[in-house]
Design a protein around this ligand. Sequence first.
Ligand code: PMP
Length: 305
Amino acid sequence: MARIYEKAFLGDKIVPVSEANLSVASSAILYGLSVYTVFPIIPLVDGAAAFRLKDHFERLLNSAKIIGIDTFEKDWNFESFVEAVKELAKANEINDKVFVRATVHVSELVPGTKSRGLQTTFSMFIYEAKPIVPQDGARLKTSVWRRVPDYSIPSRAKVNGAYVNSVLGKQDAIDSGYDDCLFLDSEGHVCELSAANIFIVRNGVLMTPGDSSDILEGINRKTVLEIAKELDIPVAERAIDLTELYIADEVFACGTSAFVAPVSEIDKRAIKVNGPITDKIRGKYTSIFEGKDPKYNEKYLTKLF
Ligand code: PMP
């Protein structure tokens, strides 16, 4: 299990993580009615920075909007969010790469199955940046479970309760001796992993399921697409069949907690790792991530201290 840092942010202040609690009668606990995001903090030579904070904040707002949680945006804006992240990073004296989990909880007590006009509580805590899949060749199993479709629980919204779907897929994959699951959507097209997006390469073209394939609109997916554009790698966002993965030249997963992870096997079909396009993208991604690419520092990084 990942190590959790001592200080958390709850409501409007820093508290010991042991005191960052919610009531058992809150909708967050009763229905999983919370929305969240996870972003990294990267140590720099002179301080630390958060990666793509604006994108994370916007996705958090959008997740709340989709679900109908309408009180958070009245109390918070990007500036107050950045201030809170800075306070938390300083309180924990961060000097390692870490992940921050930021959550908007519906903390109202027993309001019933509703979302509007309810009290929300914002929380953040920091934990060790451990990858969720092996970085040298992840083994995937097509899930017996399908990704929740947009018409049931939208994957586009990062809502806590929907992660039961990811838990089912991931546990089934682990039980079967694999590292992670590959979700298909309700029509049988390739979707994503339990908590990462997927890319494949065929004949020099980088491909990933489009935004309307019941995926989470991953911020690292967006970064990979931007890197590909810069490196002049042809890209297609389109519906992908499972068998295209079986015969792909390269496959990789990407996400905050997956980084850029080559896939070495899907349903017992071997995929070559360290392919040229994966390597190029991964190399660039890693240098951006380590704050070593000045051009991207301004675009992607928010200095915290
Ligand atoms: N899909 C799912 C289901 C996820 O939980 C995540 C992790 N947030 C991702 C994709 C990747 O998103 P991101 O790049 O924003 O971390």
